[in-house]
Ligand binder design. Sequence first.
Ligand code: THU
Length: 141
Amino acid sequence: MADYSELIKAALNAREKSYCPYSGYAVGAALLCADGTVFKGCNIENAAYGPSVCAERCAVFKAVSEGYSDFTAIAVVGGNKGYSPTDYAYPCGVCRQVLSEFAAPDSFDVCVAVSETDFKIFKLSELLPNSFGAGNLKENS
Ligand code: THU
């Protein structure tokens, strides 16, 4: 099993930048690229609620906009702002779908962590089975 302690550390660091005045729930993510580059993201909320973005999508959009789209893993940490995480923060459905656009579902690791030593690892395909993807749109063409 890969050692994700550095990636978790990056996610914890990213979480410190969370802008979450409405929910008070701070999330950090660190996305690992195939070449070892790491993109960090945090949740960024908005007074109109809808325009808010999750930490995971923040990291993915940063990466793709910089020309990176070959991803191997993501670490995610979340919990009440101002406190260390106490439970695993799983990516929401929308973030799972966005990850599936770029990641190979059977090899991409999703590491949900409480700390560098307390974490769980799932393949994206476990968290998003029977997913809808580009293949569906090509079936009739
Ligand atoms: N949030 C994330 O950043 N990632 C997720 O996968 C789930 C939820 C954020 C959105 C919102 O700012 C806060 O957590 C509470 O829902």
